[in-house]
Design a protein around this ligand. Structure first.
Ligand SMILES: [Zn+2]
Length: 173
């Protein structure tokens, strides 16, 4: 089975606002399943469809308690309490940025069978939900960062990408 690669920062689709899913059919379920497998292979806890080049409002999250598939997720409530967390992103390999976000959220979404779901989350799950829903609106971790953090992150990312490219070249030879 062939997988699409996870897109890295710089790809225009990552800055787009993704479209709502109108019909949860077998194609959507297949996409969600692929997203989950791609995320697992990359050791991630969350993945949004635009990260594999599909501008649809689809999210997969697994913080160690099994997969949660979200179609058209909408955060309906944010706690007033905020927390700091070193946040990574599969589209920014090797980069982590300390970002302040609400500690808890409530999210409404459809599951892979089209059933309405509500979830109240805290900890890593609340963090992952906010991060992935951001992706659906074209918002990335550097958009949540300070100017200094952003410059450091982009520099680090460029170094990491260069390393990845060099490893690829070596493997080819
Ligand atoms: Zn991300």
């Amino acid at each position: 089975m062939k997988y699409r690669d996870i897109l890295i920062f710089g790809e225009p689709v990552l800055k787009e606002k993704s479209k709502e899913v109108q019909n949860i059919d077998s194609n959507i379920r297949k996409t969600l399943k692929n997203m989950y497998e791609i995320m697992k292979r990359a050791d991630g806890v969350g993945l949004a469809a635009p990260q594999i080049g599909i501008p649809l409002r689809l999210v997969v999250i697994d913080v160690g308690e099994g997969p949660i598939f979200m179609v058209n997720p909408e955060i309906t409530w944010y706690s007033k309490e905020e927390v700091d967390f070193e946040e990574g992103c599969l589209s920014f390999p090797g980069v982590a940025i300390n970002i302040t976000r609400p500690e808890k959220v409530k999210v409404a979404f459809l599951d892979e069978k089209g059933r309405k779901n509500f979830l109240e989350a805290d900890g890593l799950l609340a963090r992952a939900i906010q991060h992935e829903v951001d992706h659906l609106d074209g918002v990335l971790i550097i958009d949540r960062a300070t100017k200094t953090q952003r410059m450091e992150a982009i520099q680090k990312l460029q170094e990491n990408i260069q390393q990845i490219e060099e490893t690829k070249t070596l493997t080819k030879e």
